[in-house]
Ligand binder design. Structure first.
Ligand SMILES: NC(=O)c1ccc[n+]([C@@H]2O[C@H](COP(=O)([O-])OP(=O)(O)OC[C@H]3O[C@@H](n4cnc5c(N)ncnc54)[C@H](OP(=O)(O)O)[C@@H]3O)[C@@H](O)[C@H]2O)c1
Length: 271
């Protein structure tokens, strides 16, 4: 997939207002992106998160501090696939402001887990794919339908920001279950962006490398960045109507090389 990919149709002016919905409502990367977008344009926020998450109170406080004009929480454990339709419907329609369109949806939930246990314990393999792939695609499809309905009803076109990973671009032995699970969601959102382009609903696929967040506590890697750096890149990518953004930017030329390395060389690289 080209890092220079842009949307096939010209950009439509983004709506003047509207709400922001964050699936993965406690995610460090998701919250940083939401903060950056609220800084430009304050509005109401809906956090979709596990109600028992100990991180929820702080997430809510961060949104208020960033300029959210109201914060509500929709409870969802994304492994409960049968609950998706109701949760997305609830998230996309704020009963306190039924006329308020949704401007931005961020999909930022995910699990990393232990890379070796992830393939040696089939229950963990399934759990990784349920969250990172099946739930992401299911929620993505439901969100797309809600944004299309908003558009058909005369409302503005919204946009979807899907947090994937550079690990999705070429699956590596060192974390192949995670990489494969993100590859599935990445391909889904790339295709969804192409399918929704005629309706001016934009999809931005974000591919960070290693980000210092709750997910990676205790781990180290090269080219590490903070969530704020991802957020800044997302804002710039939205401004320039990109379909894909890698963070840091050096991953665009690096992945162009790495994607095309023969297997016998790629498998010898120690990362
Ligand atoms: N950190 C990195 O190096 C990195 C790099 C590339 C891509 N990413 C991707 O970035 C996204 C955000 O990760 P992050 O770095 O911001 O880590 P994070 O702060 O740990 O965020 C992970 C989020 O996923 C949620 N989640 C996990 N399982 C869930 C479930 N069953 N139901 C509902 N929510 C669930 C967590 O909610 P709880 O509070 O309930 O646990 C949390 O909100 C993920 O998709 C990840 O794959 C991360």
């Amino acid at each position: 997939m080209s890092g220079q990919a842009r949307h096939a149709t010209g950009p439509e002016p983004t709506p003047a207002d509207g709400s922001l919905v964050l699936f993965g409502g406690t995610s460090d990367i998701g919250l940083a992106i939401a903060e950056a977008l609220l800084g430009d344009r304050p509005g109401p926020v809906t956090l979709v998160a596990r109600p028992q998450s100990p991180r929820l109170a702080r997430a809510r406080a961060r949104m208020v501090a960033a300029g959210a004009t109201g914060v509500r929480v929709v409870g969802l454990d994304v492994r409960d696939l049968d609950a998706h339709a109701d949760a997305v419907d609830h998230a996309m329609h704020d009963p306190r402001a039924p006329q308020e369109p949704v401007r931005t949806v961020i999909i930022a939930f995910g699990v990393l887990g232990d890379p070796e246990a992830a393939w040696q314990d089939p229950r963990r393999t399934r759990a990784m794919f349920t969250v990172n792939t099946t739930a992401a695609a299911s929620i993505g499809a439901l969100v797309a339908e809600a944004l299309r309905a908003q558009r058909r009803g005369g409302g503005p076109a919204g946009r979807i920001i899907a947090v994937s990973s550079v690990a999705a671009e070429r699956v590596r032995r060192s974390n192949f279950v995670y990489g494969a699970s993100k590859a599935g969601m990445d391909g889904f959102f790339i295709g969804l962006g192409q399918a929704l382009a005629p309706e001016h609903i934009r999809v931005l696929v974000v591919r960070p490398g290693f980000v210092r967040s709750a997910m990676t506590v205790g781990r180290r890697a090269g080219l590490a960045v903070d969530p704020d750096r991802v957020a800044g890149a997302v804002v710039r990518a939205l401004d320039t109507d990109r379909a894909v953004v890698r963070v840091p930017r050096i991953f665009t030329p690096l992945m162009a090389i790495y994607r095309n390395l023969p297997d016998r060389i790629a498998r010898r690289l120690a990362f």
